[in-house]
Each structure stands twice: as C-alpha cells, then as structure tokens.
Design a protein around this ligand. Structure first.
Ligand code: F6R
Length: 602
C-alpha cells in the first residue's frame, strides 16, 4: 500500500535519503513513485511509473536539498501511471497522500467551479487544490491544515511542502498511520517504521487529527488549533532486523524464523507452566462467547483459533472477515469478547471493526505484532505476538505467531475450567518445548516441497481439502499459493466437494489433502479416495499411520504432537510448497503484484 517518507535536516543529501526511505517501503507494494524537494527556494517534482529504479534513473543526485517528501503509490483512484503518481502540486503546495478522501468528487466539482483544473484522476490532487484555495484566503498554513481536517472525509496521512516555507515540512494524519522520526539536526516523516529505521531510533506517533510543523531542529504538533505535548518513543529494534541475512528471499527467512518466533511468543506465558499462563493472560471467565475479527491470513489464524477455543476450551467462537462484519447487522452480545487479529495493527477494516465493537460496549482484545500500532492502541487488552518485523508481503511467521497466541488463550481457558488433566498438562508443556525442533525438521524437507512444486507447476488450478482444523489450514495454504505463485487454487471442506466442485477434478488435477485431525481423518480419507478415483494427483499431508497407500501420489508426514500445536507444523509444508512453486515460476516472491503489506484502505 502507499508509502510516505519526508526529510528536513542539515545535510544536503536529501534526495538520497528520500530514495533510501522509499526503497525501504517497497515491501508494502506500489506501482509508481515520486519525490518533491526544494531547489533554490522552488519545489521540484520528479515521478515515474513502475519501480523505484525508474525514478532513480531520472534523479540527478548532484542536486542538493535538505527538505523533501517522497511517495510510493498503490493505485486506488485512477490507473497506475505517471500523472496519477505522487507528489501532486498545485499553486504553492506539493503533497504526498496515503488513504482515501471519500468526499473528493464533491470537493473537486466545487474547486473546478472556482477555477482549479486537475491533471490526475486522484483524490489526492484535490487535497492539494483545496490547500491552495484555503491558503489564498488565510496565509497561515497551520490554520489551513486545521480547516482541511474539518473538510476532508475519509482517511489521510499527508506530507506537505509549501513554496513560501523552504525550511519547513508539514504533516497531518487522520485514520492512516504517520510517524515522525527525530534525528540529530534532522527530522523525518514516514508512514511505516522501516523507511527511517536506519536514520533514527526515536519517533513520535501522530494521533488522529494531529498536524505537525517540522524544522530540522524543532517539532511542533497541534490538534484542534492547539499545540500539544508529545512522547518520544524508541523503536526497540534496529535495521539489521530487516536484512535478508543470506536468505534468497525475506519470505524464506521468515518461514525459517518460525521455530524462534514460537519460542519468543509462548515462552513468557509458559515459563512456570500453567501458573504463568494463568497469571499473565487476561481473565476470560466473564465471556460466554468469542468473536474473532480479522482479514486475510489473520482471519485464517482466527479460523484455527475457533477450532481450538471450541474443542479445548468449550467456548462458542465465531470468526468474521472484518470487511464484512463492518456492514453486517450487529449481533454482538454483551458477554462476548471481540478478538481482533492483525500483524500490522493498521489494517483499515480490522481497525474499523474494532471501533464498532468498542462503541457497542464489548471488551476488545488485540493479537498484534507491530508494537504501538493503531489497533494495539485502540484495543482494550493487547497480547503481542513476537514475530519481529515481517517484510515479505505474504505473511508466514506472523500467521504462526497468531495461531500460537490463540492456542495459549484456548489452553488458558481450558485450564481455568479444569478441562485438561494433570497428565495432559505435562504432555502439553513438553510438546511446547519439542515443537521448535519438529518445525526445524519439517523445514529440512526442502527437496520434498520442490518435488511437489514441480508436480503442480504445469496446472492452472490446485485444490486444498481438509475438514475441521485441516480445512482452516487448507484455506491458508490456498491463499499462500495464490498470492505468491499466481496459481489459482481453492480450499474446500473435504466433504463438500461432491456437492458440485468435484466436477472440476480431471486427470492429474493437483489436490493437496490434509488429515491431521484424527476425529475426522477417516472421513477425509474417503473424500480423498473420491478425487483419486477421478484422476487427481494427490499430495497427502498427514500425521496419521493409516497404512493404505493407494489413494495418494506423494505423502508429507507431520510429526505427532498434541493437537493444539499440530497446525503450527502443518502450515510449514503449505508455506514451503507455495514458496517453491513461486520460485520455479520466477515470481516476485517478496512483493507479489497488486499486493500490499499493510492494507490501510478499506
Ligand atoms: C496474506 C497476508 C494478508 C494479511 C491481511 C491482514 O499473506 O499477509 O492476507 O494477513 O492483509 O493483515 P494484518 O495482519 O496486518 O491485519
């Protein structure tokens, strides 16, 4: 999704700093980029369609500047071309914008009547014209930004340059993230931490409605016309964490980090066994029901969580896609806990769903990876996953950390209600210690994943089937395959195929079938036989010892462990098959086309 970076400082290598920052934001996904900067008291703009390298080639780095803004655009309003790329400039103002202005068509019409004309199809250029119009009436930029806050509807994070103010960078934020990095004789703005992480560790988070006047050695933040105090925070991690460290792709590195992520996420809660779990987790006893709301893979983690919460802890759990929940009739009950799951903590639909639940009076719990993100700040209770920075657009380690956190919640509730025997508790704690080694064992089976990828590479459609928790995993496996290898796939509850979809099974159609759930394994095996007898090429992922080997072509064995942890193993072959297939097909694995890491538009 769009990215913003801005710099004001004593050093004159502003262009290099802006391009550096934009490159760090590439992982978010974009289709054009641009910069605006001061040159001899004038604002100069360079923008290009496509990769940042196209922009790079247009820039003369011999030009000196100590004040500028940069942007990577992920097209929403208007196609991905140079005209629609940011920055936009009208009159004295150049701006970069993340978010969506909902009332831009009305504003555009009004501004056109006032004589403004537009070069782009974007909502962002309208903001630029509006600022210029307001500034002509009141020569005070801060007053104009305050007025913008009253007029604009929707979401926006803006970096603003004004040709009358060659020493100042301005910024404003509403419903779209923006931080200010505080350096030595330099300050930065950024929509996301990596853009400035190698420049400074200190930052200030802008709240909704905040706007800032930033000089190289001074920062003033305002809200509602009044100057406000702010806290300077420390990132607590450094730029090495966003290095590939020898791996070919960030995605591969992140898949391999999962054993460590599991330890880091669960160890603090299991330090002294079930006692520490009970002491460190919130009190769930007052909730009769749980509603998990999230998007994409985070929602798939929620589906695994539902199975765990219902089976182990006997709590009725519903899972909803945030973008649907928001517009559905609200059936939240008073004793229902709303859990929102998000790696970035910035996903627009998840954030809005959380706000709806809060407004309805429900308690909210966020399972969040990015510390201090908007959702983490908004949720009543936060449980942080310890996945560290996830750079690849397709989530892997953050997903498994979410599943791990949900398993802890299920265990805690089950323990509180005395659903787990002493013997099983001992086994579970032992299995938690063994799990990272089992994960490592699965990671070493690289050759098998490559073989599977080679089998499915020539087919346009792949099916993933399973029941119960295996179906939840099938959905994640299918999404991974689609998003990074651009191979169409469908996840189906195994028993549902014969109600229509089985007509698509032909000779050699790849079917990845999962049976780790012993309650339904034999039923799933019957379904696998149904597709096998219609010619399917079956890749069978299982932890069962079922001896019949007539119904599959390739078998991937998952080590046996307590059911609560099995999904954390099963997902590894699914991630690796998608990775290997994307590699064979030469796809852009870390930055798949059309996708963004942090989905800050609705
Ligand atoms: C898929 C993927 C997405 C995210 C979804 C939610 O690999 O990464 O489906 O899971 O966009 O993002 P967060 O967790 O940041 O709310």
């Amino acid at each position: 999704m769009c990215g913003i970076v801005g710099y004001v400082g004593k050093d004159n290598d502003g262009l290099k700093k802006l391009i550096d920052g934009l490159e760090k934001l590439e992982y978010r996904g974009y289709d054009s980029s641009g910069v605006a900067y001061f040159q001899n008291e004038n604002i100069k703009i360079i923008k290009e369609k496509g990769k940042i390298s196209n922009l790079y080639n247009e820039i003369n780095f011999a030009e000196k500047t100590n004040l500028g803004i940069g942007h990577t655009r992920w097209a929403t309003h208007g196609k991905a071309d140079k005209e629609n790329a940011h920055p936009h400039m009208i009159g004295k103002f150049a701006i970069v914008h993340n978010g969506i202005v909902e009332n831009y068509t009305t504003l555009k019409k009004e501004l056109m009547k006032k004589g403004y004309s537009f070069k782009s199809e974007t909502d962002s250029e309208v903001i630029c014209a509006l600022l210029d119009y307001l500034y002509k009436k009141d020569n005070n930029i801060l007053n104009c930004i305050e007025k913008l806050n009253e007029i604009l509807k929707g979401s926006y994070a803006l970096g603003i340059l004004c040709s009358d103010e060659p020493n100042y960078l301005f910024a404003v934020k509403k419903n779209s993230p923006l931080i200010i990095g505080i350096g030595d004789d330099s300050n930065f703005i950024a929509s996301d931490v990596p853009a400035i992480l190698d420049k400074t560790k200190k930052y200030v988070v802008l709240e909704d409605g905040d706007y800032a006047k930033i000089k190289m050695d001074k920062l003033e933040i305002y809200n509602n016309g009044k100057i406000k105090k702010y806290d300077v925070k420390d990132f607590g991690f450094d730029s090495k964490m966003i290095d590939k460290q020898g791996y070919e792709h960030f995605m591969l590195k992140e898949i391999y980090e999962q054993p460590e992520v599991f330890r880091k996420t669960t160890n603090p809660y299991l330090e002294t066994g079930f006692d520490s779990l009970f002491n460190k987790m919130p009190d769930f006893s007052k909730y009769r029901k749980i509603r998990i709301i999230a998007c994409g893979s985070a929602m798939h983690a929620g589906l695994v969580g539902k199975q765990m919460l219902e089976r182990f802890a006997n709590v009725k759990t519903e899972v909803e896609t945030a973008s649907e929940f928001r517009y559905n009739k609200l059936f939240l009950e008073p004793d229902e806990l709303v859990i929102v799951v998000s790696q970035s903590g910035e996903t627009a639909d998840t954030l809005e769903a959380l706000k709806i639940a809060k407004k309805n009076g429900n308690d909210t719990l966020g399972i969040i990876n990015e510390k201090g993100s908007t959702i983490a700040r908004e949720a009543k209770i936060v449980l942080y996953t310890e996945a560290g920075k996830e750079v690849a657009v397709a989530t892997t380690k953050a997903y498994s950390a979410q599943v791990a956190m949900l398993s802890l919640i299920a265990l805690n509730i089950a323990n509180f209600n005395n659903f787990i025997s002493k013997k099983e508790k001992v086994e579970i704690l032992e299995d938690a210690k063994k799990l990272p080694n089992y994960m490592e064992g699965l990671l070493q089976k690289n050759e098998v994943y490559k073989e599977v990828a080679n089998v499915i590479k020539d087919y346009n459609d792949v099916f993933f089937i399973g029941r119960g928790i295996d179906y939840a995993l099938a959905m994640e496996g299918s999404l991974k395959l689609k998003e990074i290898s651009y191979t169409h796939s469908e996840a189906y509850p195994a028993g549902e195929l014969k109600h229509g979809t089985i007509s698509l099974i032909e000779d050699k159609t790849p079917v990845i079938a999962i049976t780790t759930d012993k309650n339904v394994a034999s039923k799933t095996i019957s379904n696998i036989k149904e597709v096998k007898s219609r010619g399917a090429e079956v890749i069978y992922i299982t932890n069962s010892d079922y001896e019949d080997d007539t119904f599959y072509d390739k078998k991937i064995i998952i080590p046996k462990i307590n059911d609560i942890f099995t999904p954390l193993l099963t997902v590894i072959p699914l991630q690796m098959i998608a990775y290997e297939l994307a590699k064979i097909k030469g796809c852009n694995i870390d930055k798949p086309k059309n996708l963004a890491k942090s989905v800050t538009v609705e």
